[in-house]
Design a protein around this ligand. Structure first.
Ligand code: DC
Length: 225
């Protein structure tokens, strides 16, 4: 293969998909796109503009407002950062409130359809590693390589807890695990594009291996180009 490859990496949250994809992209000279950021961007917009009287996201209002949302990735110092209607929202999309609501937003067919074109457009030129939940199954079914990442819920909860602790957030491991189980359930059981391994994806279970070992394992499958 001489053309730069298109690589799809799907899997459960807190398996290290995004940080691992970012490093692999750097090593191979590919662009990295974290598609979860797009769902987070829509959720951030909804939290600002589409709340009902109970301070919950009004889904029909959000769907009617989709044409007002312009999301694009811009290259800032070699990394793709997400801009919402011209404003860099890379930090805001990691707010806990966004994390709490994003699965609800991501299960809406209209939202998924809305974000499909953005994702496919970026992949057209090749040379990209895209991570998400439905990249290998729906967004890029013809990707050159597909991986599906998993790890035990206990291990993922531990990783997420340490990450939150580092960022100064006060929480406990039980709460983190409960949130993770709920997200797994919503993501895997939704009707549209549920989180699932594509038949032709390579399963990567990193419960017992660290980040560097996971990267090496994935790289071992990718032929020189
Ligand atoms: O990877 P993440 O935690 O930033 O993803 C945020 C949410 O978006 C998560 O609930 C799953 C959803 N998502 C999705 O449904 N499809 C994708 N391709 C990427 C993320």
């Amino acid at each position: 293969m001489t053309k730069k490859p298109v690589i799809a990496i799907d899997g459960f949250s807190s398996t290290g998909k995004s940080s691992i994809s970012k490093i692999i992209a750097k090593k191979l000279g590919l662009i990295h796109m974290d598609t979860g950021a797009l769902y987070r961007g829509v959720t951030y917009f909804a939290l600002q503009h589409c709340l009902n009287d109970n301070n919950l996201i009004d889904i029909p209002e959000l769907i009617a407002s989709l044409p007002k949302i312009q999301l694009e990735f811009q290259n800032v110092d070699g990394e793709l950062k997400l801009f919402l209607n011209g404003k860099n929202i890379d930090r805001e999309i990691r707010f806990p409130q966004v994390s709490d609501y994003v699965s609800q937003v991501a299960k809406e067919a209209e939202v998924r359809q809305f974000l499909l074109a953005t994702q496919r457009d970026i992949a057209k030129k090749g040379g990209i590693i895209m991570d998400g939940r439905d990249i290998g199954t729906v967004v890029l079914p013809d990707a050159d390589y597909k991986f599906f990442m998993t790890a035990s819920q206990d291990e993922r909860a531990k990783r997420r807890f340490l990450e939150l602790e580092l960022s100064g957030e006060k929480t406990d491991i039980e709460t983190v695990k409960a949130n993770l189980i709920l997200r797994d359930k919503i993501d895997s059981e939704r009707e549209v594009s549920p989180l699932k391994k594509a038949d032709d994806a390579i399963l990567i279970d990193n419960t017992d291996i660290n980040k560097e070992e996971t990267i090496d394992l994935i790289l071992s499958y990718i032929k020189k180009f």
